[in-house]
Design a protein around this ligand. Sequence first.
Ligand code: SF4
Ligand code: SF4
Length: 301
Amino acid sequence: MAAKEFDIPKLPTYIEIPELKPGIMQGEGPFKSIDEFQKPLGFPGEKVDNWKEVAIEKIGDLKSKYRSVQVFLDSCVKCGACTDKCHYFLGSSDPKNMPVARQDLFRSVYRRYFTFAGKHFPKLVGAKDLDDEMIDDWYNYFHQCSQCRRCSVFCPYGIDTAEISMAAREVLDTIGIGQKYCNQILGKALTVGNNLGLPEPALKDTLLDLEEEVEEDFGAPVKYPLDQKGAEILLITPSADFFAEPHIDGLIGYGKVFYQDGVTWTLSSYASEGANFGMFIGSYDIMRKAALRIRKAALDL
Ligand code: SF4
Ligand code: SF4
């Protein structure tokens, strides 16, 4: 058989670094959260009056609690190895999307309030005041990091920009500037059980419909149980499995495997979402809360 012919793209030895376009991604960032989504997570409903003091206190708290944050802030040597490793920079050409520049939004403030040189000779060490302009840049550019950690792989010191983005988002939430999407779905996951806000009766109906559909298609009485006491297995899935194509095929498949194996299993109505959205807002405390509801569901079996 003749070999197929393909056009194989020629990759350059080095990636092309885009010409800088300063400020091209300047803006207000993603939609901001409101009182209704902030409060269930324990964050102020709007930007607090003494936001600067609260933010500086929170930075101090985070740098003591998470040593990695302080080590990353102190150890960058500005070698530049990370500059062209972020897809947000390569896609936008905005220099503030270079990982090192993103970190510097945080680092310059940290230096200003937490280092001797930054307190007394700010201009010499690139220390900057935390003012309205800076906090707007934080909100905008720390939400242009997907926390993929790609840049950390190329840093000779292993500096992880994702950890700094997470810390910045936690500071922002603490002063009442949260991101709508993350805080809204996180609140639903913690209070209702999943990020869709699908309550127990709706989930039950969805699973009953699925049972009928599967029996019709495969001729076997495969069950999709909810809150079944004494089950051997607790299944935690992403909530997309309950409604979206092709994700629901995954849930159908789990049911078929459990049916074939003859084991008892269940989903939980209040822990029906496996994704931990606390990661996106950078709060380890909220991540813990989200994980503990899964532990509780397992203990409740
Ligand atoms: S962790 Fe953030 S800054 Fe680093 S490459 Fe990923 S998106 Fe870019
Ligand atoms: S690669 Fe590491 S040390 Fe070099 S500029 Fe980036 S963060 Fe700093």
